[in-house]
Design a protein. Structure first.
Length: 414
């Protein structure tokens, strides 16, 4: 139904040198571009999602505490947050194609390097490099989607973000099994470089389509959004949603290993959660796109998220239920938080600048959540406090979401 929806007649729109696609149906070239973006998106989470399921195997060899292990998830997210602020200017200077290409090279190199890692420092450095590469891609791709797909940008954005989550789901589900088969957590940690190579090959085929797509210098520079309260509200909303995502990514398998589950079963539970995120990432933007007001869908998703975190503490044996609810909630909120940000700006360059600001602040905030949760675990010998704090954050997000009235968007950046 999503794919077959009727679009408007194919036109070549040239505005400030860009070509936006509005079609009754996607052409072959358009589908190849979408596929290349989806493959790039699939490579953006394995470097982080593989840590949680493999942590019980890595800790004895590397002698990592939970606080130290949290750095392997925290640092790439922090690098993503800081790097995103520089990505827009790099895209202006070198072009979107070049930034995405070389950032993907960095991700591939950092992933492959982990096979030869001899200690925690090597893994930490690879996490930082991968995080910077991810930041570049995630800052630039929304602008490309906005330019190339115009009014259909929310739909394509939903597919792109769902693919990010799908990459995490694939990694989380298979990492422990791969390590068991290869008798090496290093192989399971570094082998995802194959996915990056495939994505790079297809992205290279888009060189002519993307390389000449100009990145328009907006009169409003990305950091100028710091003057607006709405930009900070959007950034905080995205950041708190991402806190939930990074915490379950880092600690849900470890929590269930402590509950007596095997590493493989705990990894599959995280995989289930992430698969539900993919489902929600497809369905939620579609439901929300039926009206300009996204708030009803967002509030339902936040209720699911709050229930899921509370359930982990109250009845951990029902892990399949709580993982499913968390996946549906977080998976829908992740794309919707960016889509709502894009809704505030009509020009592609301004939308890219705002989403860069939102992601930069949001990821920087979210980076510290696994570290805090790991510290709480070392101090209290339990993850329960962290899960209850995240449930409370979901309630706070409900209050924030009620402020996203589309009728008022035009007044928020004047």
């Amino acid at each position: 139904m999503l794919i077959c929806a009727a679009f408007q007649r194919l036109q070549a729109l040239h505005h400030l040198g860009t070509d936006m696609i509005e079609t009754t149906k996607f052409t072959t070239k358009t589908w190849i571009l979408i596929l290349s973006l989806v493959l790039i998106a699939l490579t953006l989470r394995p470097s982080m999602a593989s840590i949680g399921p493999l942590l019980p195997l890595m800790q004895p060899e590397l002698h990592l505490s939970f606080t130290q292990a949290s750095l392997l998830t925290m640092l790439p997210v922090l690098a993503m947050g800081l790097g995103i602020f520089f990505a827009h200017q790099l895209a202006v200077s070198f072009g979107s194609y070049q930034v995405i290409f070389w950032a993907s090279i960095a991700i591939a190199g950092a992933t492959a390097q982990r096979y030869w890692a001899v200690g925690a420092l090597d893994l930490t450095l690879s996490a930082i490099v991968a995080g910077l590469g991810i930041a570049m891609v995630q800052a630039v791709v929304p602008g490309v989607i906005k330019q190339k797909f115009s009014t259909k940008a929310p739909l394509v954005m939903g597919w792109y973000i769902s693919a990010i989550i799908a990459g995490a789901a694939l990694t989380a589900s298979l990492a422990a099994f791969w390590a068991d088969w290869a008798q090496s957590w290093r192989v399971a940690l570094s082998g995802w470089v194959v996915l990056s190579v495939v994505a790079l090959v297809l992205w290279f085929s888009q060189k002519n389509a993307i390389q000449n797509l100009p990145v328009v210098q907006s009169p409003q520079k990305p950091l100028s959004f710091s003057r607006y309260g709405r930009a900070w509200t959007l950034a905080m909303f995205f950041g708190l949603v991402t806190c939930a995502f990074t915490c379950v990514l880092a600690w849900l398998p470890a929590y269930y290993v402590e509950q007596g589950w095997s590493e493989q079963k705990s990894g599959l539970l995280l995989g289930l959660l992430l698969c539900m995120e993919v489902v929600s990432g497809f369905i939620s933007p579609w439901l929300a796109s039926r009206k300009a007001d996204r708030r009803p869908v967002m509030l339902v998703l936040l209720v699911l998220m709050a229930t899921g975190f509370a359930g982990l503490v109250v009845a951990p044996a029902l892990g399949l239920v709580w993982a499913s609810l968390l996946g549906l909630g977080i998976g829908g909120l992740f794309p919707l938080s960016l889509i709502v940000s894009m809704d505030h700006q009509h020009q592609p360059s301004s939308a890219a600048s705002l989403t860069a600001f939102v992601q930069g602040i949001g990821y920087t905030l979210a980076a510290f959540s696994p570290l805090i949760a790991g510290f709480i675990r070392d101090f209290s010998q339990s993850f329960s406090i962290s899960w209850l704090l995240l449930a409370a954050i979901a309630v706070l997000l409900m209050a924030m979401a009620t402020r996203f009235n589309p009728v008022l968007y035009s007044t928020k950046f004047q």
